[in-house]
Design a protein around this ligand. Sequence first.
Ligand SMILES: NC(=O)c1ccc[n+]([C@@H]2O[C@H](COP(=O)([O-])OP(=O)(O)OC[C@H]3O[C@@H](n4cnc5c(N)ncnc54)[C@H](OP(=O)(O)O)[C@@H]3O)[C@@H](O)[C@H]2O)c1
Length: 256
Amino acid sequence: MSDERPVALITGASSGIGAGIARRFAAGRWDLVVVARRRERLEALAAELAPQARVEVLVGDVRDPSLPAAAVDRALAAFGRLDCLVNNAGAGKWMPVGDTDDATLDEVIEVSLKAPFRFAREAVRTMKQGSSIVNIGSVWGLVSGMAGGPYAVVKAGLVGLTRSLAADYGPRGIRANLVAPGVIRTEMTDAYWDTEYFRRTNQELTPFHREGTVEDVANAVFFLASREGSYINGETLALDGGWTYTRYLSPAALAR
Ligand SMILES: NC(=O)c1ccc[n+]([C@@H]2O[C@H](COP(=O)([O-])OP(=O)(O)OC[C@H]3O[C@@H](n4cnc5c(N)ncnc54)[C@H](OP(=O)(O)O)[C@@H]3O)[C@@H](O)[C@H]2O)c1
């Protein structure tokens, strides 16, 4: 990266983790192209970040095959460069395989696997040495679990996409990494958050004293995209307080 401001393209920036990532990059003096379907949310975000960053709003559905090229073109037209793609837009659909109809399967694959693939394909055509792609996976793509169904499938697929990109474009100095959050309170998880099932399968299995936040995810994504992360390539980072790689049980769970 030169000393000019770097530029990030962030999908799904209209809420939750994507909006948090946009805020973190803006605070880090990056300019942004933000993509999602809800125009008013994106415009509010752009207005909020205006003191810190130039923000281009692109309204669209990531399932539209023409959107990736339009997004990369927007970055080049507005800023002349693209330094990071964050494939964040995702559809949260959790159900057992046997309950998943084709329409749901297609929707989840289109939004959370084909779209990131197409955005990455378009980005690497333009990116220069020092650029990177960060895919937002999930711990469900690492360990899966009950009712993982189509969601676990596409998030595991993103791990493969990340490593393929790392191998093919690493030699050009373009890195690819994946951040796999555990549960983070956003619109996607809000309805489940206070249920007994959620508490027991998340808090009671997490060896840490607090819940993960949007800011935790955003900080990790920013680090991976930054110069400080410049030798990290093909990596999968579980961002979950230890949920994935420990077999922790809380004292309450142990006592039952
Ligand atoms: N929250 C968690 O616990 C958690 C854990 C692990 C991984 N994740 C992943 O983190 C990412 C962000 O999720 P979140 O928790 O922040 O949920 P969220 O608040 O519901 O955000 C989802 C974002 O994706 C966008 N999006 C969804 N479908 C889209 C489409 N067809 N076209 C364009 N944009 C679309 C939404 O924008 P519009 O509706 O405006 O289009 C929104 O900005 C997802 O990939 C999710 O799988 C979340």
